[in-house]
Structure formats: C-alpha cells, structure tokens
Design a protein around this ligand. Structure first.
Ligand code: PMP
Length: 356
C-alpha cells in the first residue's frame, strides 16, 4: 500500500465557513462592489484576450499598474496567484529543510502551514497579553535561535494591531535573517515599508488585492523587494502563475487610482464606525468581551463566550470568524461591512448579550 509521508498524512483541506449567510463578515473581504462600468470594461478586455495563449510570465502590465499606485519600481515587484501563493513560494525556496522559521503567535495561520510543508523547523514567539509584537523580543529570538526567516503580518491578522515603520526598521536592520513583512492590511493604515523595500537586502513585502481593492475572487498578490530578491522570486515561481484574466482585471482596476483610494477610505470609515459601536456595546454589557485597537478592516474581541456568540450569530445568518487560540483565549474577528451589515451585526450582538 502506498504510504503518505507524515508531513501530509493528517492534513485537512482549508475549510472556510461555507453555507448561505446573508451577512459575511468572516473573511476580511471588501464590502464594495467593482463599479458596473468598470466591470463592463473588464469583461470586454477578457473577451478580446488570447484564450489559447499562455499568460505573460512576468505579469508586466499588472506589476506596472501596481508599481505606479505605490510608487515602486517595476523591477522590484513579482506577482502571485494571491499573496497566499507567494507565501508558499517564499517559505519553500528561501528556507532549506530543517532551517528555522520564526512565526509570532497569534498570526496568519498559513505561515506555519507552508513552513511545515517546506520542512522548516518552526520557532514560535508568543505575543504578550496586549497581543502587540515587541520588536526587541523578535530580534532576541532570531539571534538566540539562529532563525533564517521571520514572517509576520503588519498590521496583524487576526489581532488588528501593527508595528510602526521605525519598529519594523529596527527588526530588519538588527538581524541577518530574511524578514517577510506581510502588509495585506496596510492599505488601511499608514506605516507601510513599501516605498523603501528596495533599500534592504533582507526584506520582502507582501501585498494583496483581496482586501482594500475588493478583488479576492481574482487571486492576485505581489511581493516587493530589492531587485536581487525580486529576481529570485521571479525565478522560483511557476512560469504562468498569474492567469491572463487576473492580469487584465488587476491592471485595469489598479489603474483607477482614485477609485482605490476612495474605496479604501470608505472601508476605513466603516471599520472605525464598527469599532466605535462595538466599544459602546462593551460599555452596555460590562465584562462580556475585551476589544483590541485596530488599524485594519476588522475588529478583534476576546471573550470567554466567543464560541457561543459565534454560533448564535450564525443562527441569525451572520458569519464572523471564531478563534480558539490555546491558552491565549477565545476570540471573535469581525470584518467591517457596509453600514447596514454593521448595524445588523451590532443589533444581533446586543440581542445575544441580553440573552446572557
Ligand atoms: N496574508 C494575510 C495576513 C491575510 O489575512 C490573507 C488573507 N486572509 C492573506 C495573506 C492571503 O491573501 P490572498 O487573498 O492575497 O491570498
């Protein structure tokens, strides 16, 4: 009988919340639709595309549009089939088997997953009770363990909190390890390192079109680094990793810079309004949960009753994300939706807390 190896034997497919929920606040997606005239333009371009040809392996057009939006040189950018694919590519190529990967917990779960597939040895640093990363702890841990690569999200999914540019710079310049800085949510904050990515020889920044730009469906992410590292990423990725339709859609949407900026602003406003309303609920029901500050498009709550609240929200056709993080506790992560969705979520939360 064919034996599966032990790194894959017990794996289960990624299992997001499925089923019909009227209100989806569980995946940190954008609540804004792509405007109809833009959709029509995209569909027209897809119709005209050469379906029988392989896509451009360098994804030049979409990288150019991305670079123009952020003020980054095209030679410093590589595109991926979602930033998720880039995480897998980076961990499997910049680490050799048995080398140490530092992850900081809690953080985006895929880092460890792809690290284990790459047969890296995971070193985990647990965040303190505030769930804020202490840069000095990161530096010390890298030095003590000899970690070759550290990856973390900034701002963090799921905690919603982030490090400032100065704090990130301190980490990058104090270690020899490669720092992979996942800025999936940085459009909602203003501490990005993207403009200075080219200055460091040990920094790779990841960005995604799935959050602020409302294109989770097309699977498009980017890695930004100095040319030497970007060349390596382009060399190790599979040649046609970003399909033609994604490249076209991304290029068109990313060249509408005002639309991106306005959309991002709306999402930030929605997140601020949601955070404020949830803080009011916390006052009305003292002791029911602890809310963390956020610089993302979601709020993060610690509650002993998180699982119960999560299930009762599902009963009301509202999906949020529940986390059980070992000894750290039970949490809810709620993505900011449109004003109606936020209002429905808050009304349901009040009802559920009233029931006790
Ligand atoms: N990084 C972080 C921190 C995320 O939260 C996510 C999406 N949940 C990703 C990466 C993956 O994004 P993409 O859709 O680009 O694969």
């Amino acid at each position: 009988m064919y034996e599966l190896n032990d790194k894959i034997r017990n794996l289960k497919p990624y299992d997001p919340i499925s089923g019909e929920y009227q209100i989806r606040l569980d995946a940190n997606e954008s609540f804004l639709p792509i405007p109809e005239d833009l959709r029509a333009e995209i569909l027209q371009r897809i119709d005209e595309a050469a379906w029988n040809r392989y896509p451009d392996p360098t994804a030049a057009g979409v990288c150019r549009a991305f670079g123009a939006y952020y003020g980054v040189l095209e030679e410093c950018i590589a595109a991926g089939n979602g930033s998720d694919e880039l995480i897998m590519i980076l961990l499997s190529s910049f680490l050799k088997r048995g080398e140490k990967l530092l992850t900081i917990s809690p953080d985006f779960s895929m880092y460890r997953f792809y690290g284990s597939l790459a047969e890296a040895e995971n070193v985990s640093l647990t965040k303190p009770d505030t769930l804020r990363i202490d840069p000095d702890d990161v530096i010390r841990t890298i030095r003590e363990t000899g970690a070759r690569l550290v990856i973390f999200s900034n701002p963090c999914n799921p905690t919603g909190q982030g490090l400032t540019r100065d704090e990130v710079r301190k980490i990058i310049t104090s270690v020899d390890a490669l720092v992979v800085l996942d800025e999936a949510y940085m459009d909602f904050w203003n501490e990005s390192m993207i403009r200075e990515a080219g200055q460091y020889d040990n920094l790779i920044i990841l960005r995604t079109c799935s959050k602020a730009f409302g294109m989770a469906a097309i699977r498009l992410g980017f890695a930004v680094a100095n040319k030497r590292l970007a060349d390596v990423i382009r060399a190790v990725k599979s040649p046609y990793n970003v399909n033609t339709f994604t490249q076209l859609t991304g290029e068109i949407v990313l060249s509408h810079q005002d639309l991106l900026r306005e959309g991002t602003k709306k999402i930030v406003e929605s997140a601020a309004a949601l955070a404020k309303e949830i803080a009011a609920i916390s006052q009305e029901f003292p002791g029911s949960f602890t809310q963390f500050p956020t610089c993302t498009n979601f709020v993060f709550l610690r509650s002993e009753r998180a699982e119960k609240i999560f299930k009762k929200l599902l009963d009301r056709k509202i999906a949020v994300r529940f986390f059980r993080l070992g000894e750290v506790g039970d949490f809810l992560r709620i993505t900011a939706g449109n004003p109606d969705e936020n209002a429905a979520l808050c009304a349901a939360l009040r009802e559920i807390l009233k029931e006790g």
